[in-house]
Design a protein around this ligand. Structure first.
Ligand code: ADP
Length: 361
């Protein structure tokens, strides 16, 4: 509801003006009578004095009521402009000039509030754009990683296939020859050489076998599997190695149903567990639940520059002869083939975390 309009300045100035007019009329009549000779010169002086007093009073009132407040307002507007709205309006004077000052202060507060809202909106928008850009970049990276791994997989699969058969032949012939030589009491040095050949050929076959597993599609069998069961089996399998290395293996296994090839999944869990046991100082934790399969250790973690490469075939930081760099490549191949996702990251304190998530049944 609008406030009732008060008489304000208009009434005050109007009254003063009326008095000034009355004064002028009085003055005129006194002058007229003085010229007629019907008046007194003392009256003329009095009338003049009264008229002058009214004129001064009118000018002073106009100055005090209107001009000064307006000048003050203009000064404040200038200061506010210079201070970028930071300087508040102090309403001075009375009536309309004061109301004008108060209205300007309200306007200033509102503009400030709106500016603040706009700033927050802009910051929010900027952050959202930044988040989306980062997510897009991560998705692009993942896509190109997946493409690179897929083409390396095809290449490695082809090469492994070509090497696997000759390696099998060498292995077979070497062990056949060694057995014959051993039975006929042949040169022990030759027998030892053949044993070395056998071991090396066996190693070639192991590597090409891993490569073939990396490149090969899994059986395609998909059935509901509980990741908790898979993790339990993998823990049982790895328990001996963990004990030998003095690493404690703990499992927090909540049901986590997925649709998968159970044998392939066992390989995934076992490879992750073995890597974690090799890296750990004292503990490896395995979890299953809504986020999937999580394997954490308290080792040194993965060097940041190695993180994007750990799933590449043949990427290893282990000493020659100790690692093939195929374990995680096989894991990645299996998970991708299931339409799942695997991530590797470092834990804030120490160690690495691998998380496998797979489609639910
Ligand atoms: P390999 O174990 O034969 O080296 P992988 O493909 O299993 O091959 O692993 C590749 C590399 O990833 C390892 O050499 C190691 O540098 C890194 N890695 C894997 N798991 C872990 C882990 N839990 N902690 C630290 N580094 C790891």
């Amino acid at each position: 509801m609008a406030a009732p309009r008060r008489p304000g300045l208009a009434l005050k100035l109007g009254s003063l003006l009326t008095l000034a007019v009355v004064g002028v009329m009085l003055l005129t009549s006194v002058f007229t009578r003085a010229y007629d000779g019907s008046g007194d010169t003392a009256w003329v002086a009095l009338a003049l004095a009264v008229a002058l007093a009214f004129a001064f009073a009118f000018a002073a009132a106009l100055d005090w009521l209107v001009v000064r407040p307006l000048v003050r307002l203009a000064r404040q507007v200038r200061r506010m402009e210079e201070a970028d709205l930071a300087e508040p309006f102090v309403a001075t004077g009375i009536d309309e000039p004061r109301e004008l000052g108060e209205a300007l202060e309200r306007l200033r507060t509102r503009v400030l509030l709106e500016q603040e809202g706009q700033r927050r909106l802009n910051a929010d928008l900027e952050q959202r754009v930044q988040e989306r850009t980062l997510a897009l970049a991560a998705a692009q990276r993942e896509l190109s990683d997946a493409e690179r791994l897929a083409s390396v997989g095809r290449l490695a699969g082809g090469v492994a296939h070509e090497i696997n058969n000759p390696a099998g032949v060498i292995l077979g012939r070497a062990s056949f020859l060694r057995e014959i030589l051993q039975e006929s009491g042949g040169d022990p040095e030759l027998v030892a050489d053949l044993a070395v050949m056998e071991r090396q050929a066996e190693r070639i076959r192991q590597i090409t076998g891993s490569l073939l597993r990396f490149a090969r599609k899994t059986t395609g069998e998909r059935r509901p599997v509980d990741l908790a069961d898979v993790a339990r089996d993998a823990i049982a399998l790895a328990r001996l190695e963990a004990r030998a290395r003095g690493v404690e293996l703990t499992g927090t296994l909540a049901p986590a149903p997925v649709l998968a090839d159970p044998h392939a999944l066992e390989q995934v869990a076992y490879n992750l567990l073995r890597n974690a046991i090799h890296a750990a100082r004292a503990t490896v934790r395995v979890r299953t639940g809504p986020e999937g399969l999580v394997v954490e250790d308290d080792g040194a973690g993965v060097a940041p520059e190695h993180l994007p490469r750990v799933f590449e075939p043949f990427f290893t930081t282990k000493a020659p002869g100790e690692g093939t760099g195929l374990g995680l490549a096989v894991v990645h191949g299996i998970v991708a083939e299931h339409g799942g996702r695997i991530t590797a990251e470092n834990l804030p304190d120490a160690g690495a975390r691998f998380v496998v998530s797979l489609p639910a049944p």
